[in-house]
Structures are given as structure tokens and as C-alpha cells.
Design a protein around this ligand. Structure first.
Ligand code: ADP
Length: 294
């Protein structure tokens, strides 16, 4: 994607204005449980789920389908509330039994299916958040958006409509749209799931470049173990439902990372560890009648 040799310092400086290296974004997930009870159907999605995420850490969460990954992300995003437990963001209550979380520009979500406004151009999409919230004037937002887009190979598509872009480009636009809000946390729910291998691998490089440049805290849900290890500082493996964190794997691979890492013995060792942990849970989920990991 023409980005394998980024001018990292340039990118850092162009992103520095809207998204300087994050000193914040620490998440503390403490004994969080979530019970869905639509019309009396009692589904325990999360059961005393705990996870500590340091400011600027990249955490990938893996686990069998239906184990509660999206539930946890939705609570952090403010789309849903928890039943018991608490989540703190930089030491402040984000979600507790008393505090109902609300969506906010400090926590931006990017989903697999995409959420760009199809009737707005790429540039209009990117500047929408800060302009509506009056965080930036229209002209300043446009200037910043153009700079950020240029750094990730998106120049020239400002006036295109999302429907005319590939899925890889759409996701890139969405991540820029998230970062222009200068969030404390970026929440990514399987953003690259439906992509072919080549597009996915290019998207990984692109996301890592942005992560290296901004140092934002990233909470990344995936079912792809290679992806989780390649991207993250820490892989959190969830149990089958009701979900909690079974184990965390520290990914002690150096940054910046590139695809050559995938063939390294350290990578293989970490992958074997993750495969074992997840396989055990997938078998349990299968026996319990849940869907297998997709
Ligand atoms: P994952 O993201 O790991 O696939 P989810 O968080 O989507 O898992 O779902 C966890 C469990 O909660 C699943 O059994 C799912 O069916 C159930 N669930 C999710 N959302 C709701 C809801 N709104 N009402 C009832 N049950 C739900």
C-alpha cells in the first residue's frame, strides 16, 4: 500500500496537533458482569470479567464466538450498561452500577461493517465529529483531515463517497475519522474481519503505523490469533460464556513491527500459546452448544 516505509517522524508531527502521544487512556475493568434479560431470558454474557489496560497499551481480546467480547466493548463505548462491577477510565468511573456509560468522543468505535455516512464525502465524514462538537472550525478540521489522510495514502479521495471505496480504504478513513476526535481510547470490533489476506495485511501495517505515531490506547476484538499477536502488546484470552479473562499473553515483540515478524520463532511460540488457550475454550463452547470460533 506504499506505506511500508513511512516517514515516521513526519507522520508523528502531522498527527501531533490533533493526537499527540497519549498520556491518558488507562482502562481498569473490574469484576464486570452483564446479564441480558430480554423478556425473562436470562443470559449471563460476562461474569466477573477483569482486565487492566495501561495508557497507550494495545490490547487484543480473543475468545470463542458468543463469549462476551462485543458486550464488553459496547459497555466501554457507552452503548450498553453493566449489571455489576465497574470500569474506570483514567481512574474515573466510566461505567458502574450507578454510572450509566454514555457514548463520547473520548472513546471512538470502529466496527467491521463500517459506519461512514454514505451520503457524505470522505472529507465530510472525517470532519463531521469535531465540527459538530465544535472542537474545531470547519476550515481547521478540513486542513487537519487532509494532513492526516495524506500521511496514510488517502490523498485524492476527499470528495469520493464511501460506496466508491474498497473496504480497506473505508476502514482507513474510519480510523482517521476516529483519531481526528483525539480520543483517549480507540475501540475496534473486528474491523478487518471480512477482508482478504492482502488487504488485511496492508491494513495491519497501516494501523500499526498510526498506533506507533499516536500511542493511543487500543482495545481490539478479533478472532484471528495471528492478527492479535502481530498487533498487540497484550493478548487477553476470554473463556467461553459467561466470559471473563482466562489469561493474558504479554507480546514481547519489538516495535515497529513488520510482516517478517510472522515467521520468527518468538511469534510462533506466542501463537502456539494462544492457540492452546483458545482451542480449549472453543471446545468448551462447542460442547456447550455455542457456535465455534468463526
Ligand atoms: P462475542 O462478541 O464474543 O461474539 P457477544 O458479546 O456478542 O459475544 O454476546 C455474548 C452473549 O450475549 C451471546 O450469548 C449473545 O447471544 C448474548 N447477547 C448479546 N447481546 C444480547 C442482547 N441484546 N440480548 C440478549 N442476549 C444478548
Amino acid at each position: 500500500m506504499g506505506m511500508s516505509q513511512p516517514v515516521r517522524e513526519d507522520m508523528e508531527s502531522s498527527l501531533a496537533a490533533p493526537v499527540c502521544r497519549a498520556p491518558d487512556g488507562a482502562l481498569s475493568i473490574r469484576e464486570v458482569s452483564k446479564i441480558y434479560d430480554p423478556e425473562g431470558v436470562h443470559v449471563v454474557a460476562l461474569d466477573r470479567c477483569s482486565l487492566e489496560i495501561a495508557a497507550g497499551e494495545f490490547v487484543a481480546v480473543v475468545g470463542p464466538s458468543g463469549c462476551g467480547k462485543s458486550t464488553l466493548l459496547n459497555i466501554m463505548a457507552g452503548f450498553d450498561h453493566l449489571s455489576t462491577g465497574q470500569i474506570l477510565l483514567d481512574g474515573q468511573p466510566l461505567a458502574t452500577t450507578e454510572v450509566k456509560p454514555r457514548p463520547g468522543s473520548d472513546r471512538v468505535v470502529v466496527f467491521q461493517q463500517g459506519a461512514l455516512f454514505p451520503w457524505k464525502t470522505v472529507l465530510e465524514n472525517v470532519i463531521y465529529g469535531p465540527v459538530v462538537q465544535k472542537a474545531l472550525g470547519k476550515q481547521e478540521a478540513q486542513e487537519r483531515a487532509r494532513q492526516m489522510m495524506a500521511r496514510v495514502g488517502l490523498s485524492g479521495i476527499e470528495s469520493c463517497y464511501p460506496g466508491h471505496l474498497s473496504s480497506g480504504m473505508q476502514r482507513r478513513v474510519e480510523i482517521i475519522r476516529a483519531l481526528i476526535n483525539d480520543p483517549r481510547v480507540l475501540l475496534l470490533d473486528e474491523p478487518f474481519r471480512a477482508m482478504d489476506t492482502v488487504t488485511k495485511s496492508a491494513s495491519h501495517e497501516y494501523l500499526l503505523e498510526l498506533y506507533d505515531a499516536t500511542g493511543k490506547t487500543i482495545f481490539f476484538i478479533t478472532h484471528d490469533l495471528e492478527e492479535s499477536i502481530f498487533l498487540a502488546d497484550k493478548v487477553a484470552v476470554m473463556t467461553t460464556r459467561p466470559g471473563h479473562i482466562k489469561m493474558t499473553i504479554e507480546v514481547d515483540l519489538p516495535r515497529p513491527r513488520d510482516y517478517r515478524l510472522l515467521a520468527s520463532p518468538q511469534f510462533m511460540r506466542l501463537k502456539a500459546q494462544a492457540v492452546e488457550a483458545v482451542h480449549e475454550e472453543a471446545v468448551k463452547a462447542f460442547q456447550a452448544g455455542e457456535r465455534e470460533m468463526a
